[in-house]
Design a protein around this ligand. Sequence first.
Ligand SMILES: [Zn+2]
Length: 301
Amino acid sequence: MGGVPELPEVETVRRRLAPALAGRRFVRVAIADPRLTRPLDPADVARELEGERVAVVDRRGKYLILRFESGRALLIHLRMTGSVLTGEAAQGDDPYRRAVVALDDGSDLAYRDVRRFGTWLLLEPDEVDAYIDDRVGREPLADAYRARDLAAKLEGRRAPIKAAILDQRTVAGVGNIYADEALWRARIHPLAPAAALDLDEVKALHRGMRRALEQGIARQGSTLRDYRLPDGGSGGMQHEFKVYGRGGEPCERCGTPIDKIRVAGRGTWYCPSCQRPRRAPAYAARSSSSRPSRSRRHSSV
Ligand SMILES: [Zn+2]
């Protein structure tokens, strides 16, 4: 099964890392993989990082952010298979270890990445907020984040709702898994045009998204492929998925087998009964494999 770290996975990493890193100084930094820092030379980045002291371990969307006392920040994006390891999990032989930071308490922080899509970007104090704000929308779990904020981002967008919420500028940190889980909770078809949702549907999506993400955090994320918690352990959210990766299994609400389609190039799981298209026949025709007669009628007009 695919899947990459999303908000709950990165937030879980952040919570585990914070106690190990807050107040620690980077004594020695070795970056073994030039892809991690490109186009910058990894040796230059490593040298710049040495001496920095961590003030706060932060997160925005899927970015893990080590904010230093100097005001600089290291943005770590785990992408597909990156993990940050501490303590025992940072030791021993590992062919996928791409970077090691020796901390001033004698412990190590290791960065492991099987497929090498992850990135480390060191930003100067005046660059940090602008860089993030250009790429990442509001935090969906922030107290101040309301359904009307989501509605404002969906206004006028003809893209399928799933594609719209995968766009990190719509809302921060929702990826393929939690998009499917949120849409199932909200009973919205993944191909529904974003702008066609009414206010009740946007409210349901806002609530569904928050619940799915909160549950993901409560289960310490889902363990997919090469995702690891900082201590080398794994999360348990993969046992709680309502639709993601569950093609052919019964929907827990209605018993209908979960169906799989592609939306925005991504495998997409949904319940054809609970998440029935309501307004736009065009996307109903594209997706109603469970109701062939309706599909024929729409495609003939
Ligand atoms: Zn259902």
